[in-house]
Design a protein around this ligand. Sequence first.
Ligand code: 13P
Length: 262
Amino acid sequence: MSEDTARRPLIAGNWKMNTSLDSARSLVDGVASAAASHAAVDVIVFPPTAFLQSVATVAAGRIAVGAQNLHDQPKGAFTGEHAVSMLVDVGATYALCGHSERRHVFGESAEWVGDKVAAAQAGGLTPVLCVGETLAQREDGDTMKVVRAQLEAGCRHLDADGVGAIVIAYEPVWAIGTGRTASPAQAQQVHAAIRGWLTDRIGAAAAQRVRIQYGGSVKPANAAELLAQADIDGALVGGASLTVEAFSGILSAAASERAPSA
Ligand code: 13P
């Protein structure tokens, strides 16, 4: 996968608004057991916030647990929202920031995503900054312009050390939940450009250490070829993270793609 051994594969399951309390608890237990057979792979699950504490308790440090969203303010009159400190209190160590559904369904601006990234990091959560273009933007040839603008805004409050400490997830909007995956070459092209943006922003050595996940219809059948790309360091998985069988297939692909000689 990577010449830099610091870039361990990072496979994450975004459960979105799925599971019941019972099924969430058994899913995380199964995922944590599967993860135990793949010590070279880092694993995170992002359950619904209502179940986060319970899922974190079952995970018991075997795998990481993260929040799907957060509010950038520390407290106050924000009905229905969760502050970073609350998410930390119930066991989160990561947070998705700017997932495409938050941007496109809930209207989060790129600048607000930047506020969330900064708040997450300041409060002790590792932000997973999600970026990606719509189909229309891709067809207009604007993919990198859109992704760069999302990166700039998403990191607008961070210094170089801060940028070096986030995770980036490239999720083309047209590949999310559609069964349509970016080809490995299409994904690698954008990942390499993201790495280029990082290099300009924080220097080559630090840029080489940042993990860039791919997301969008990742399944056991296509994970290996995506993860074999030089700048794809993991996956952010939606639908296929909802069963232990499918998710552990992706963990196995990540473990075997991590060829020491690559
Ligand atoms: P799918 O894997 O269901 O396409 O979802 C991807 C995603 O949005 C993960 O955050």
